[in-house]
Design a protein around this ligand. Structure first.
Ligand SMILES: Cc1cc2nc3c(=O)[nH]c(=O)nc-3n(C[C@H](O)[C@H](O)[C@H](O)COP(=O)(O)O)c2cc1C
Length: 207
């Protein structure tokens, strides 16, 4: 039942294009995506991408379907207090969840098991059920608070993946940088992707 279901959360860190591209790739890979969007994520999305998403989940879902030109069937946008969503319970939640981009604030809430909203609860559920949780954190520099929170989660088996694209694929555009990060995330989720050349195979070599 839970095959090809995944939870994706967008929070208010810079990096909305990563979240959008990841959503696009997950839907293209035929995943049913439960999408959780924090209030700050909506502000960042409007600032960085010009996309003003409604706070109403159904309207936001329609806006995203129109924006990405994807099928509405597989995208479920959840409200922040939609406690009856499958992601709120270990009996029904997908085993994989990505928070991308992940703010320092959400990092702290997850590290302390706050569960004050559906997004935090969904992460808490994946940790307690020993599923796969990936945090794509964007902040610089990191404080000792951030580093301690990351270490705590890493020791619990959470994957900490800073939004730090490489340059060895010789990116020409911002989309190339975004795809670098999204490709690494998809690799960790074991989802096939061909977004960027693989190291040692067809990446460009120095002459
Ligand atoms: C345009 C913009 C960019 C931001 N960038 C970051 C960032 O890169 N990292 C971060 O931790 N917070 C960033 N913030 C601050 C967070 O949005 C803020 O701490 C918020 O409370 C996070 O809430 P959330 O975790 O519920 O989304 C940014 C805010 C705005 C408006």
């Amino acid at each position: 039942m839970k095959n090809k279901q995944i939870t994706l959360a967008w929070t208010g860190a810079s990096g909305a294009p990563y979240g959008l591209r990841l959503l696009e790739c997950l839907l293209a890979a035929d995943y049913q995506v439960y999408l959780l969007i924090s209030s700050a994520a909506r502000v960042v999305l409007a600032t960085e991408h010009g996309l003003k998403l409604s706070a109403a989940p159904d309207t936001a879902q329609q806006q995203l379907v129109a924006h990405l030109q994807c099928s509405a069937e597989k995208l479920v946008v959840c409200g922040k207090e939609d406690w009856f969503s499958p992601v709120a319970s270990g009996s029904a939640a997908p085993k994989q969840m990505i928070i991308c981009p992940c703010s320092a604030s959400t990092l702290a809430s997850v590290a302390y098991g706050m569960s004050n909203n559906l997004l935090e609860r969904a992460a808490d559920v994946v940790i307690k059920e020993r599923g796969q949780l990936l945090l794509v954190i964007r902040e610089t520099p990191f404080s000792s608070i951030h580093l301690e929170n990351m270490l705590k989660l890493s020791q619990l088996g959470v994957t900490i993946m800073p939004a730090a694209p490489g340059f060895y694929h010789q990116p020409q555009t911002i989309d190339d940088l975004v795809d670098f990060m999204v490709a690494r995330i998809l690799d960790h989720l074991n989802i096939e992707q061909g977004l960027v050349p693989r190291w040692g195979y067809d990446q460009r070599q120095p002459s």
